[in-house]
Design a protein around this ligand. Structure first.
Ligand code: CTP
Length: 404
């Protein structure tokens, strides 16, 4: 998807850099356009470096008359070449220009020439946002079919606290992709996704856990919600914010994760178990902090329930996706887990590789479908890998549904 990122002149302009990144992580190409005011807040170089594109800043600028003539149709060309125009931060001034058809710089001229989908993410001082003039402009733009990503509440740069903060860049990016593709291929599906590690207490201050960051499961949850699924994300303790539009159930232990999964199993049509569940737990954690002694010590561990295998036994026509994070023999291990846990698809990855797997932003996985040949996916951001996994999940789910 090709996206024009129109950056307005507000303090939130720096967050547009994060938005550029979030859009690219979701597979979009981004053409930045900055207003003169935006350039007072952040330099074009930031956007050029992030997107690899020449940043368009001005209709005329410092250009010679010849250069201006040569590029006199640049706004028309950019308008033609792109699918979505997102303005972030959409200042009160930009909204007023767009609403009233003013065309006195590149971005406002481009807006008039643009026939694709428009997404506006306003950010401004609370009083400016609440002003009847801004409200009327928003109404006009909405009536024109444009999508408004509402600003959030909180402390603002002007020192006040109230509504007017630019929405979370990840949320804006999701909306842009959803609106741009119009792809709601998971509408009607309810997906239970588990993510992150579990923590098994030894005593009130110590626990057994693993290095899972939850990023892969969260990326799948975000991608599935953006594609129209109802998502229930059962999450172990992680340090990342929950994706927009997803119901999050926080758990700590394998037993709690099992209860949460089974509590939502009835409504699920797809279960994706990306969590790295601890295999062992301390059956009776010490009620008080255990004290150091000079002697050696050992802790007796008992196995946790295998949640995936238990779901596999009662799965019915639900599509069941397991994960196999391995340090060796990835394909044979994935196939073994497919059989023992009754999965339809296992996502295998070698967590020992540098730059992919636990904690990384990228992943490189191989999909092992039941009865089919393994499909290696290229290394990419977890968000892109998430969409590719879902691209393979959908036909399997449709086949299961029509067979039942
Ligand atoms: N899993 C689970 N409950 C457990 C352990 C694992 O639901 N108690 C799920 C994981 O969420 C994952 C899949 O089973 O989808 C494989 O997890 P993994 O840890 O790779 O496999 P194990 O069965 O624990 O096997 P091993 O540790 O021997 O590799």
């Amino acid at each position: 998807m090709r996206v024009i990122l129109g950056v307005g002149g507000g303090i939130a302009a720096y967050k547009a850099a994060e938005l550029a990144r979030a859009l690219m992580e979701r597979g979009a190409t981004v053409q930045p356009v900055m207003t003169a005011a935006a350039r007072q807040f952040i330099t074009p170089l930031t956007f050029a470096a992030l997107t690899g594109k020449k940043v368009i800043t001005d209709l005329f600028g410092d250009r010679t008359a010849d250069e201006v003539l040569a590029s006199s149709v640049e706004h028309i060309q950019v308008a033609r070449e792109n699918d979505v125009l997102v303005a972030a931060p959409a200042t009160a001034d930009l909204l007023a220009k767009f609403a009233n058809g003013l065309a006195d710089d590149f971005l406002s001229t481009l807006y008039l020439a643009f026939t694709g989908k428009v997404v506006l993410a306003p950010a401004m001082n609370t009083q400016m946002w609440l002003h009847p003039a801004t409200a009327a402009n928003i109404e006009k733009l909405r009536a024109r079919g444009h999508h408004i990503v509402p600003p959030g509440s909180g402390p603002l740069a002007c020192g006040e606290t109230g509504v007017g903060r630019l929405a979370d860049p990840a949320r804006i990016a999701d909306d842009v992709i959803r609106i741009g593709t119009g792809k709601q291929d998971f509408a009607g599906e309810t997906i239970v996704i588990t993510a992150g590690p579990t923590q098994e207490a030894i005593d009130p201050v110590r626990f057994i856990s693993n290095r899972s960051s939850g990023k892969m499961g969260y990326a799948i949850a975000e991608a599935a919600a953006a594609r129209g699924a109802q998502v229930i994300l059962v999450s172990g303790p992680v340090k990342i914010p929950p994706p927009a539009g997803v119901k999050v159930v926080q758990v700590e232990t394998a037993l709690e994760m099992k209860d949460a999964v089974f509590a939502h199993l009835e409504e699920a049509t797809i279960v994706i178990k990306s969590a790295a569940v601890a295999d062992y737990m301390v059956e009776n954690p010490a009620p008080q902090k255990m004290k150091k002694t000079a002697a050696r010590m050992s802790i007796e561990l008992s196995p946790t329930p295998d949640i995936l295998a238990e779901v596999g036994r009662v799965k019915g026509d639900r599509l069941l996706v397991g994960f196999a994070a391995e340090t060796q023999n990835m394909i044979s291990e994935a196939k073994r887990k497919m059989e023992t846990k009754n999965c339809d698809l296992v996502v295998g990855n070698l967590v020992s590789q540098h730059g992919v797997g636990f904690g990384s932003d990228d992943n490189e996985v191989t999909l092992v479908p039941r009865g089919g040949a393994p499909v290696p996916l290229p290394r990419a951001s977890k968000r892109i890998v998430a969409d590719q996994i879902l691209d393979h999940v959908l036909p399997l789910r449709l086949a299961l549904r029509s067979a039942s």
